[in-house]
Write a protein that binds this ligand. Sequence first.
Ligand code: PEP
Length: 245
Amino acid sequence: MRRKLVAGNWKMHGLRAHMAEIEAIAAAAAAHPQVDVLLCVPATLIALAAEVADNLPIGAQDVHENDLGAHTGCVSAPMLLEAGAKVVIVGHSERRADQHETSHDAWAKAAAARRHGLGVILCCGETEAEHDAGRAERIVQSQIEKSLPDGAAPDWLTIAYEPRWAIGTGKTPTLEEIASMHAILRAKLRGMIGAAANDMRILYGGSVTGSNAASILALEDVDGALVGGASLTAAKFVPIIEAAA
Ligand code: PEP
């Protein structure tokens, strides 16, 4: 039985002034113990968020593949752990687009996180052009082939299917498309890691809101949501946690 996970991704949002939102989200998480809730905040907020919301796991949004070295501006897995992060997102489409990260980079980052005991959310998803050309399935399968880390197992790795064209746009695939891609991903994972794939969570991400969460989360192979814009305030995020409960 896979527990639902509702993970927020604050992207480049959040200052000390927003701690009250984190406290309110932590309170909602405590009120819904049947759902796993995670909040991935900017690196600058990890330590503070972990301190104010001790029942709410705090995640990071990126990690360097090396533990230390001459990599100006980067943050390593030991640093994230020391700050209080439990999980890190890798392969997010915004990093693929803005920082030109590849699936191989996501693989190396996931391996670094794993070496130090951080959980990983590994993202995949096609562009709008790939979707419209009917290539989504092949693209997503290829991303998984190239980025699934060695030793992938459900106790530390979660997959997030996030069609790039649905992120932050208000557009979502149809429920049939989401269900079909999650089933394809589950089958792909079975082919790569065997029966452990049955326990691995596959999240959907892309314009999830309090209005569409219940129908998306009810789909068979959807084990939760990765939520950007609607995770920034408790008022928008808590209804998604409630929909997962
Ligand atoms: C995301 O950042 O992973 C995301 C899905 O964003 P949004 O919910 O805003 O589409």
